[in-house]
Design a protein around this ligand. Sequence first.
Ligand code: HEM
Length: 399
Amino acid sequence: MGWPLFGETTEFLKQGPNFMKNQRTRYGSFFKSHILGCPTIVSMDPELNRFILMNEAKGLVPGYPQSMLDILGKCNIAAVHGSTHKYMRGALLSIISPSFIRDQHLPKIDHFMRSFLTHWDNKIINLQDKTKEMAFLSSLKQIAGMESSSISHPFMTEFFKLVLGTLSLPIDLPGTNYRRGLQARKNIISILSELVDERKASQETHQDMLGSLMMGRRENRYKLTDEEIIDLIITIMYSGYETVSTTSMMAVKYLHDHPKVLEEMRNEHFAIRERKKPEDPIDCNDLKSMRFTRAVIFETSRLATIVNGVLRKTTHDMELNGYLIPKGWRIYVYTREINYDQFLYQDPLTFNPWRWLGNSLESQSHFLVFGGGTRQCPGKELGIAEISTFLHYFVTRYR
Ligand code: HEM
């Protein structure tokens, strides 16, 4: 487990995915280490990974770092378990259901992407910055109906500080990312509280996520407190931010590197445009017809491994795979390697979206890009809708 206190953190950070590969070669698919300040079990075994994800009730709860929990708040979804988790997740699912996506989010996403992807010609575009901005502003529009209001840009600056803070060591000293993240959380809470208060005072109903959560409270569907509503909003922004932005950015990179794929994508999207007037928005039927685009998104998330794995911790001593795991140890359900398994994916290092068409790869149990079990990503279809609409305007407007 490496050095006292530091364990194997330096090797883990320096070597990245190779650290996991090397350890697996030495110790097999289930081994212990000490990384990022915690004794950690790494599981790369597909069967075991599924078991861990399916058995939160047996004491395998989310085990995200302290800085993340402090900055995302005590009501954020990864910090709550059991019935509270069920309740919060229910409230979240009620505002990202398929009918909600169709009637409320998709029109907003279309409106946003249509104007966001203008005037990019004859300029050098930093795609990483653009996709980050896109993911943040698009979710702000769905949450609070805002686009380029006076609040959105200061909000974005605070949000980026919050994200950095969640990935830092929890040392509360001036000048640290952790301190800045905590301060950003305070500022975001004050922006959101003001918005909640304004809406309470005006009694108007708003057709957006915040409006629906407040309405749910009035109608006694999900009685969330202001604090819970605000933490849920921060959870939604945070969970869909790095995932949606990185997938969109990497999809563009792969499209650039694979002209045949780009051609097929453009055919799919021009065929959609031909059926519509220029001002017609992308609707649910268009989204359904984007079969190849969906395949491109899955292939991108597989080959670029958008999510390396998910973290759990044990709430009591327990036996796992024949070993006794002490209470409080972290378990890194490491899913990255499965994406490059040559028995599951022929030529695993080739970008080949066609492999996702005409078979049920997406629903196979080893495909864990969106997690699994009780914590499986509730924002999957919303995220796909955002990325697909982004790609639609990207490939139909630019070469
Ligand atoms: C390409 C896009 C996305 C990817 C790859 C992705 C991936 C994941 C993964 C792997 C998990 C499981 C985490 C765990 O088990 O600890 C997860 C959970 C979650 N995702 Fe996503 N996600 C995406 C988009 C979104 C979007 C747009 C939202 C916005 C609603 C969202 C909201 C959430 C939430 C709230 C959870 C926690 C669920 C719970 O703990 O019950 N995700 N996501």
